[in-house]
Design a protein. Structure first.
Ligand code: FES
Length: 131
C-alpha cells in the first residue's frame, strides 16, 4: 500500500507520530508546500510523488483520492494517463458535506447529494457529477 499525503507545512500536519509508525508497514510519503527541516517530510506537491507508486500490476490497483477538487482532478488525470481506468479510482467529496441531512444543499455537486449517496464516489461517476 502506498499513501501520499500533502500538507501546507509540517506544523499543520496532524498525526505525525502515527504517520511515522505507518511508514514502517506501508510506503508513506508526506509532502509539504513549504520545505520542512524535519527529514520525514518531502518538499513539493503530492502530484510530484505519484510516480513512486508501483503500478505494474495495474488491474489489481485501486486509488483513493481525498482533497480539494483541484487535487482530485489533477491526481485522477495523472493516474488515468498512467493507464488506470476511471473504475479503479475513487474520490471523496467529504469536504463538501456540511450538515449531512440532505437539507442544506451545501454538498450538492448535482443530484444525488453527496451526503445521501456518498461522499465517496467512483471517479467515472464523480466526473459526471461535477458542477
Ligand atoms: S450536507 Fe447539506 S445537503 Fe448534504
Amino acid at each position: 500500500m502506498d499513501i501520499i499525503l500533502g500538507f501546507h507545512n509540517d506544523k499543520e500536519a496532524l498525526f505525525k507520530d502515527e504517520m511515522r509508525a505507518w511508514n514502517n508497514c506501508v510506503n508513506l510519503i508526506a509532502t509539504t508546500d513549504i520545505p520542512s527541516e524535519d527529514e520525514f517530510f518531502e518538499s513539493g506537491l503530492v502530484t510530484e510523488y505519484l510516480d513512486t507508486v508501483d503500478i505494474r500490476e495495474k488491474k489489481d490497483l485501486r486509488v483513493v483520492i481525498v482533497g480539494s477538487p483541484v487535487v482530485i482532478r489533477s491526481v485522477g488525470q495523472i493516474f488515468t494517463e498512467l493507464g488506470l481506468t476511471k473504475q479503479q479510482i475513487w474520490v471523496c467529496y467529504e469536504r463538501r458535506v456540511s450538515s449531512g441531512n440532505c437539507q442544506c444543499e451545501h454538498c450538492r455537486v448535482t443530484r444525488p447529494f453527496c451526503c445521501q449517496y456518498g461522499p465517496v464516489f467512483r471517479y467515472d461517476k464523480a466526473l459526471t457529477m461535477e458542477r
